[in-house]
Design a protein around this ligand. Structure first.
Ligand code: NAD
Length: 366
């Protein structure tokens, strides 16, 4: 039970239809005078709506996933030149990521208005990509001071992206169970996040305009990211970072595909946590009592099938010939905290199954 837990200081506001008013109040509270708004092409209209009442010094519309360093440098230069002191990001993890890249080098406050369930807004983790390699790090300067969640801004997120993004959030919860700085506080948030996502995602798939379901997803995504920020990157995130950076695979669908295989790899070694996860995902107490690890794997699989989530790495764009290289790149990155030793053979098996989209099979460990 002994632990050391750091909580990140941040204001979080959730209110459907409230983003514009909340943003005005926050800019005033934080004393922002020269505002930069970052919103990509697909989120431009949402951003127009959110910042309609603000005076905006600089509008930045170029956003790319995994934040190429060259793009970050141009955005930083533009922010410096315009004397920006506050950045508002309206968009998914790529947009928040660019705001963070600016804040690494320019003295700005970030207000994040997320439109996906990636959760980057709740972490002090930045990511930059250069020459096919994604580098991440933690820096207090990149943590948004305020996060404004407005479910109305997420109703335009297509169902397939909603599902992949929600499972990206769920991956934060699951990986927190065995990440290097896992602790009981992270676990509590991760499990509540998993419960909220498992409740919200099916509701949103049934009706993409369901604001209550969308709010559950945002709430779950926030908790998942808080748990992840504190627990650190576990095996799942290390694999996905390699896949995203080296082969330019889409972030959220890659997480959605890989997660069930990592859970199947690790769950039997952490039966207590797996049992609590299974309950959060909707398994019955009888199923959990019978076999907690199997119950967790089955519950995630049921959710995945119900959501019609992407199944294989082949489907998200990984060439079969890249598998050996992906294993070589990922293996040295797996944290020592992983509850099961990861070998070249076990990682090859995992990635091959994920590539083919096989039904995940629980690994029993001696
Ligand atoms: P994204 O931001 O690239 O968005 C995915 C797609 O959805 C884009 O085409 C975007 O334009 C579109 N979109 C977003 N919101 C929309 C809306 N409301 N309506 C219509 N379309 C919308 O992807 P993402 O999955 O949100 O984020 C992925 C990135 O975030 C990756 O680079 C990942 O590494 C990073 N990330 C970082 C952290 C962290 O802690 N630093 C955590 C999670 C993710």
């Amino acid at each position: 039970m002994p632990f050391t837990h750091d909580s990140l200081a941040q204001r979080v506001i959730l209110g459907s239809g409230q983003a514009s008013a909340a943003l005005a109040a926050e800019i005033e509270r934080l004393g922002g005078r020269r505002v930069m708004v970052i919103a990509g092409e697909h989120e431009a209209a949402l951003a127009d709506q959110v910042v309609a009442d603000q005076s905006v010094e600089l509008r930045w519309g170029e956003v790319r996933q995994h934040v190429p360093l060259e793009l970050a440098q141009r955005a930083r230069a533009a922010a410096r030149e315009a004397g920006i002191d506050l950045v508002v990001s309206v968009g998914g993890g790529s947009t928040t990521g660019l705001a963070k890249a600016v804040a690494m080098e320019v003295d700005v406050t970030i207000i994040a208005v997320p439109t996906t369930y990636a959760g980057s807004e709740a972490t002090n983790v930045w990511g930059l990509t250069e020459d096919g390699t994604k580098t991440t790090g933690a820096d207090p300067r990149v943590l948004p001071t305020t996060v404004i969640y407005d479910a109305e801004l997420t109703t335009s997120l297509p169902v397939d992206l909603t599902v992949a993004s929600g499972l990206n959030g769920l991956a934060h919860c699951v990986d927190s169970l065995w990440a290097p700085r896992a602790d009981p506080i992270n676990l509590a948030m991760a499990l509540e996040g998993a419960r909220a996502l498992a409740l919200g995602l099916p509701a949103v798939v049934a009706d993409p305009q369901d604001l209550v379901g969308r709010e559950q997803c945002l709430y779950g995504a926030y908790l998942s990211a808080v748990a992840f920020a504190s627990a650190g990157s576990g095996m799942h995130h290390k694999i996905c970072h390699v896949l995203g950076g080296a082969y330019d695979l889409p972030h959220a669908p890659t997480h959605a595909v890989v997660l069930p295989y990592v859970l199947a790899h690790n769950a039997a070694a952490v039966p207590a946590e797996a049992g609590r996860l299974a309950l959060a995902l909707g398994a019955t107490p009888t199923q959990v009592e019978a076999d907690p690890a199997q119950a967790a794997v089955d519950a995630l699989e049921e959710l995945r099938v119900a959501l019609d989530a992407p199944r294989s790495l082949a489907e998200v764009g990984l060439a079969e010939g890249d598998l050996p290289d992906a294993v070589q790149r990922s293996l040295p990155k797996i944290p020592e905290s992983n509850p099961v030793p990861v070998t070249q053979a076990s990682l090859t098996g995992l990635l091959r199954s994920a590539w083919a989209g096989d039904t995940p099979t629980l690994h029993r460990h001696p």
